[in-house]
Design a binder for this molecule. Structure first.
Ligand code: ADP
Ligand code: MG
Length: 253
């Protein structure tokens, strides 16, 4: 997609869990090449919204469309192949396997052949293609020097970046990141921000749920704020930081 083109549209998304309304008429848009933050207090409904967007869960009502197609009814591998890729809040790397192997697993999961068929019937050409793709993404995120190190030996910030390399296999145009800066040191957050800016310069759109306000406000193009399942504000970082409803949600409680 061209820069600025609408790629993701969530329209009036409502998700109920019994009597609880976790997402209430939530609408948001993501355009090609932008970084959008989804923020809000704990329990606001951010992760639920992420699950509706990535197709892991289906809205009670409303719709999410990605590149013009409804997300509902597709499994996560189909959605990844459409060009949307996510990381999870709790990193699940295989610590005793190499950086390359960890990323190759991501490429496997996104391959149209799938893990099982390639495990049963080792397809050498497919294997070589996957390793090449994994190495390319490791270089892209700047981890080439750690290619053959055990993933568990990397610092937390590098493991987070490794997780992004894994999500980059199959060349998504939209990345979904759930709290990528959580627990990172200042320098690690800087390195992560630098990578996300580089990906943006390459045309990547990113939707990021994040608690660290300094990190978010210095990085993103636009912010959507949620409270009690609803959107309470939307705008540029500077506008959001001065928005009375947002300040009330964070400070007033
Ligand atoms: P956030 O990510 O903003 O902290 P969540 O989306 O995780 O918020 O949760 C929003 C609300 O929905 C919370 O009250 C949470 O307890 C509830 N919730 C989330 N997932 C489920 C579920 N699978 N079943 C029941 N309630 C849920
Ligand atoms: Mg959450």
């Amino acid at each position: 997609p061209k820069a600025g083109e609408l790629i993701l549209e969530a329209k009036d998304v409502t998700r109920r869990f019994g009597g609880l309304i976790a997402n209430n008429n939530m609408s948001l848009e993501v355009r090609a090449g932008e970084i959008l933050a989804l923020i809000g207090p704990n329990g606001a409904g951010k992760s639920t919204m992420f699950n509706q967007i990535s197709g892991v869960d289906t809205p009670t009502s409303g719709e999410v469309r990605f590149l013009g197609k409804p997300v509902a009814g597709h499994d996560s591998r189909e959605i990844a192949r459409m060009g949307m890729s996510r990381t999870f809040q709790h990193v699940k790397l295989l610590p005793t396997m190499s950086v390359l192997e960890n990323v190759a697993i991501g490429a496997h999961l996104r391959s149209d052949k799938g893990v099982l068929s390639s495990a049963w019937r080792l397809d050498r050409a497919e294997e070589a293609r996957i390793l090449k793709e994994a190495a390319r993404q490791i270089e892209r995120v700047g981890l080439a020097e750690y290619m053959y190190e055990e993933a568990g030996s990397l610092a937390l910030g590098q493991q987070r970046i490794l997780e992004i390399a894994r999500a980059l296999c199959a060349d998504p145009c939209l990345l979904l990141l759930d709290e990528p800066a959580a627990g990172l040191r200042f320098r690690e957050k800087e390195a992560l921000g630098e990578l996300l800016r580089k990906l943006r310069a390459e045309g990547m759109a990113t939707l990021i749920v994040e608690h660290d306000m300094d990190f978010v406000m210095s990085l993103v193009d636009r912010v959507v704020v949620m409270e009690f399942g609803q959107k309470i504000a939307e705008g540029l970082p500077d506008e959001i930081q001065q928005n009375p409803a947002v300040l009330e949600a964070y400070l007033g409680g």
